[in-house]
Design a protein around this ligand. Structure first.
Ligand code: NI
Length: 169
């Protein structure tokens, strides 16, 4: 089922998600729906607060549905190691049409649980590193617009307000 994507400034996007303790069918259904929703929007990452669930869950697929081995589910994720710097353009499904360069770590190691509750660690470099950081920010209630320079943030907030006035947001 394709879910509705919550857009900025919905307050759920700024609220830290609750830790997940039950790895049940309801959770697996939400994960399947999140992949379906992300693919429908041609996204590479989606966090549960973006579909209205304030919990610490995110899905990633850099292949956008083309390579099953690229499907990643991260539950209760945390970053345990970082290295280097990246400054690349990012977008976000909760900010349609906004793309901006954001400073990130070039490499991160994450620790998370899979959909059965098993803990694992994984390294991400470049795009995957950026994606891990962007989506973990989401489950922490942090949005990429607040990682931009003050100048870029203000420009984009003005652009959003203009689109809202014109009924395009
Ligand atoms: Ni996002």
């Amino acid at each position: 089922m394709i879910l509705k994507i919550v857009k900025y400034p919905d307050p759920i996007l700024s609220r830290p998600g609750e830790p997940i303790t039950e790895f049940n069918d309801e959770l697996r259904k939400l994960i399947a729906d999140m992949f379906e929703t992300m693919y429908a929007e041609q996204g590479i990452g989606l966090a549960a607060p973006q579909v209205g669930a304030s919990i610490r869950l995110m899905v990633i697929d850099l292949s956008v549905g083309k390579a099953p081995k690229d499907k990643l589910v991260l539950i209760n994720p945390e970053i345990i190691f970082t290295d280097g710097k990246l400054y690349e353009e990012e977008g976000c499904l909760s900010f349609p049409e906004i793309r901006e360069k954001v400073a990130r770590h070039a490499k991160v190691r994450i620790r998370a649980q899979d959909e059965k509750g098993k803990w694992f660690e994984m390294d991400g470099v470049d795009v995957l590193s950026r994606c891990f950081q962007h989506e973990i920010d989401h489950v922490d209630g942090m949005l990429f617009i607040f990682r931009m320079s003050a100048l870029k943030r203000d420009l984009n907030l003005r652009k959003i307000r203009k689109m809202q006035r014109e009924g395009k947001w």
